[in-house]
Design a protein around this ligand. Structure first.
Ligand code: 15L
Length: 266
């Protein structure tokens, strides 16, 4: 059975993945915060991504890494610098030094959040980050490209929209991904025999999607969910927009906000 390191394993997205991937992999869970609800097949290893020593210990003998650790929204530059630039570098560099071949990098829709909502974009568009956070995700994609080209790492970038059991508002109808669809993409990222450097969009098969996700489909992705079945209910309770710039661009409030509330931790 493959050993998969998940960084940021105490976070909400990791919680969904742990449930969906249970029994299929040996999961090494790394986080600064403790995790006390371990299942069979899970092992907790305390680790801070800003420490190279911790990341060298965490990545040792892993078959693949799902690097979820980091600062998850727009926020203070110092926090993003520590977690998403220094921490990100540490994980890739530790993987290289330990000979871990494959890294899955959950990047974000905010790497391309300044594309308009009336545009459909694919994996080849140039980045248009909507925030310092979005810039840090572009940095992560760039490190992945460097490590793939220069050192032969196999890098699978998933530009995640919004992971939730259900979409939560109108914008998320376009970018929602269900936990089981995300697990399907992660499984492709771990198992596909022919990955060098790929970018796919982490969204379900949403009718309202802003993404042409043919690269994911080419690699075998067959999303089972579509946000459309929630659309009527969500649109009925949506309040009229007040921030017209946020309304115009795919990144929503990230295009104007200096700080966004951190998602909940488990
Ligand atoms: C993200 O990249 C964040 O990590 C997540 O918390 C959500 O804010 C999501 O984007 C979103 O755009 O909904």
């Amino acid at each position: 059975m493959k050993t998969i390191l998940i960084t940021g394993a105490a976070g909400d997205v990791a919680g969904h993945l742990r449930r969906e991937l249970a029994g299929r992999y040996a999961l090494r869970l790394s986080d600064i915060a403790p995790i006390d609800d371990l299942r069979e097949g899970e092992h907790y290893q305390q680790g801070d991504i800003t420490s190279m020593d911790d990341m060298l210990a965490a990545t040792r003998d892993a078959d693949a890494i799902v690097h979820l650790g980091g600062y998850a929204v727009e926020g203070p530059w110092e926090a993003i610098l520590d977690a998403n630039i220094i921490g990100l570098y540490n994980v890739f560099e530790a993987a290289r030094r330990n000979g871990v071949k494959r890294i899955l990098f959950p990047t974000s829709n905010h790497a391309v959040g300044f594309y308009r909502r009336d545009e459909v974009i694919d994996h080849r568009v140039y980045p248009r980050p909507d925030s310092r956070y979005g810039v840090s995700k572009v940095f992560g994609e760039a490190i992945g490209s460097l490590y793939a080209d220069k050192y032969g790492l196999e890098v699978f970038n998933i530009r995640i929209g919004n992971v939730n059991p259900q979409p939560i508002d109108k914008r998320r109808l376009a970018i929602w991904i269900s936990p089981r669809d995300l697990a399907q993409l992660v499984t492709i990222g771990i198992e596909h025999p022919d990955i060098r450097f790929e970018i796919v969009y982490g969204v379900s098969g949403n009718k309202r999607s802003w993404y042409d996700n043919t690269n994911a489909v080419r690699l075998g992705y067959k999303p089972v969910d579509d946000s459309e079945r929630f659309a009527a209910e969500i649109l009925a309770r949506e309040k009229p927009p007040t921030d017209m710039r946020a309304e115009k661009y795919q990144g929503g409030t990230f295009v104007t906000a200096e700080q966004v509330d951190l998602p909940r931790r488990r």
